[in-house]
Design a protein around this ligand. Sequence first.
Ligand SMILES: CC(C)(COP(=O)(O)OP(=O)(O)OC[C@H]1O[C@@H](n2cnc3c(N)ncnc32)[C@H](O)[C@@H]1OP(=O)(O)O)[C@@H](O)C(=O)NCCC(=O)NCCS
Length: 189
Amino acid sequence: MDTYPKTVSLRTGTAVLRPLTHGDAEEVLTFARSLPIHDLMFLRRDITNPDTVAHWLDEIDRGLALIVVAEIDGRMVGYGMLSLNELDWSRHLAELRVLVHPDYRETGLGRTMIREVFRLAVDRGVEKVIARMTLDQTAARSLFQELGFRPEALHENEVKDRSGKLHDVLRMAVDVKALLARRDSYGMN
Ligand SMILES: CC(C)(COP(=O)(O)OP(=O)(O)OC[C@H]1O[C@@H](n2cnc3c(N)ncnc32)[C@H](O)[C@@H]1OP(=O)(O)O)[C@@H](O)C(=O)NCCC(=O)NCCS
């Protein structure tokens, strides 16, 4: 994480990417509490809860997570996260998650964050990267697909939202070596 802070160009200006640190707990909560309920509902953990942020920081300290935040005008507008796997036989696997505040979507930030976190996975020697999304997260699906991820499983009724409605979760995955072999066509170099 030594190339940060990093300024990236968006369609409407720039954003600064940097690792999440222990001093950011309040900023994450402010960001989380500004999100619409629909976005919060499909996160694996409720990030409006200070315990979740504490858990994230603990995972970072234990080397199990890498989290990059995106800021515009000094305000957090999104994050990308790589969760490494501590299960003995799945250490080659990591999960990529990304969230951009609705006010800053369609600016290229989501694509930039996905590629940024993917690079971190490559740097760490991760062999397989997965991403999980509900079927209505179509922008996410198209961004991961564009990078080379393919659907590999549909988990029925995996998520129950706060109203009690069940949703299927699509798991997408990419084999890192195979993707890198095609990296020129994806602008990953
Ligand atoms: C997925 C997400 C990060 C994308 O962020 P973003 O900043 O809007 O991303 P970008 O601007 O880089 O790109 C969005 C792309 O999706 C496309 N898109 C938007 N809505 C779409 C839809 N309903 N169906 C298909 N594609 C769509 C856009 O056209 C754009 O592509 P383009 O740049 O080629 O025009 C954001 O929508 C988000 O935070 N969603 C909620 C959380 C989530 O779904 N996370 C993914 C699971 S890990």
